[in-house]
Design a protein around this ligand. Structure first.
Ligand SMILES: *Cc1c(COP(=O)(O)O)cnc(C)c1O
Length: 375
């Protein structure tokens, strides 16, 4: 069994994808091909924002937001403690200070109450200037943007939606990657919408910000490529990746997103009496980057993972370590005991095989092992 079955997906889409890849090779328009512009238009339309600027990966997409807002030394950026390393790495990379915030145990996403507490304590200390809230749509579920927006307005902060895992989700019909002043996503192969290598995108409704992002992605270009008005990056999405993504976006919209939601529903039906299954709040829709259960404690979790492995079933621990305990952030000053939910999640979460092509029989096999181990 595959954790995320990309081979199966390729077999289904093979004729169209092969044709698209050969077309790029034939035309040799490897950089800035028309396919990139077409994809940006389709992505912006799907997400419901004015501008989409594609780039080389999801980490660069986040960095481009930091650069567009001139984030640097002395700025405090609020980041969930339970997320992929990138969400905090880009803050330190910009020279600013990440301030970690605990998450909600039911949604895995940033805890609005603790967020406000952290903002207040930074203001009280008076050393750093609060600038941005990074809200991650973890495991495919959009963050609580109603609460986050309220706090952002109250303290005059930007919202950066890290939608690397959230693409395709929505809140009452409003799509993920449309909630931030700037929102980003990643097309890493295993993400909800993945390409055949690295890729990413930035979304915004603001014309001026979009223009700056477009400049940053090509060495801070001005009127033309050899006129450089700011320090930027080399962070373009390859034409071949854009061509592949156009085909995969169609499948994503037409059936993959629905199918993966059906898989989640089946898992939850079988498992909700035995383990803590993921909670999707009313009005929210997940794109299920991961299907993550919670076990009683670390030893139960580790025992279950070993039992699954013995039967050839892959599972993953996303994430084993809180951000505030990462060696790379060892200069961080934090209050011991400020992140009880993250600490607990790191010990008790387990992500199960999850993709739109998962068969009922496979789900039953996974469930049977969980039942015999934890039932
Ligand atoms: C994958 C991921 C990223 C980074 O995306 P890359 O394309 O791998 O650079 C950032 N944030 C989160 C939450 C992610 O899951």
């Amino acid at each position: 069994m595959q954790f995320r079955d990309l081979k199966k997906q390729y077999q289904v889409l093979k004729p169209e994808i092969d044709k698209a890849m050969i077309e790029v090779a034939t035309n040799c328009n490897f950089i800035n091909g028309q396919q990139v512009k077409d994809l940006e238009k389709k992505l912006a339309e799907y997400v419901g924002v004015k501008h989409c600027v594609t780039c080389a990966n999801g980490t660069d997409a986040l960095s481009m937001a930091m650069m567009a807002w001139n984030i640097g030394e002395g700025d405090a950026i609020f980041v969930p403690d339970f997320t992929f390393f990138s969400s905090g790495e880009i803050v330190s990379h910009a020279g600013a200070t990440p301030v970690f915030v605990d998450v909600d145990r039911n949604t895995f996403n940033i805890d609005a109450q603790h967020l406000e507490q952290q903002i207040k304590s930074i203001l009280k200390e008076g050393k750093l200037t609060p600038k941005v809230i990074v809200a991650v749509d973890l495991f495919g579920l959009p963050a609580d943007f109603k609460a986050i927006r309220g706090i952002a307005e109250k303290y005059n902060l930007f919202v950066l939606e890290d939608g690397a895992q959230g693409f395709g989700g929505n809140i009452e019909g409003k799509m993920a990657c449309s909630f931030g002043d700037i929102s980003t996503t990643s097309f890493f192969p295993a993400k909800p919408l993945g390409c055949y290598g690295d890729g990413g995108a930035v979304f915004t409704n603001d014309d001026n910000t979009a223009e700056i992002l477009d400049s940053i992605r090509v060495h801070g270009k001005g009127e033309m490529k050899y006129d450089n008005v700011r320090i930027g990056l080399n962070s373009r999405l390859d034409t071949i990746q854009a061509a592949i993504l156009s085909i995969k976006l169609k499948a994503f919209k037409e059936y993959e997103l629905q199918d993966i939601n059906a898989v989640a529903k089946t898992y939850t039906e079988y498992l909700s009496e035995i383990v803590k299954t993921p909670n999707v709040p009313k009005g929210f829709y997940s794109s299920w980057a991961q299907y993550t259960i919670q076990l009683e404690n670390k030893s139960t979790r580790d025992k279950l993972q070993a039992a699954l492995k013995a039967e050839g079933i892959p599972s993953m621990v996303y994430y084993p370590k809180p951000m505030h305990k990462q060696e790379a952030f060892k200069d961080q000053v934090y209050t011991e005991g400020a992140f009880p939910n993250t600490l607990q999640l790191c010990d008790t979460v387990l992500s199960l095989p999850m993709h739109p092509y998962l068969q009922d029989a496979d789900i039953k096999d996974v469930v049977a092992i969980i039942k015999s181990c934890c039932g």
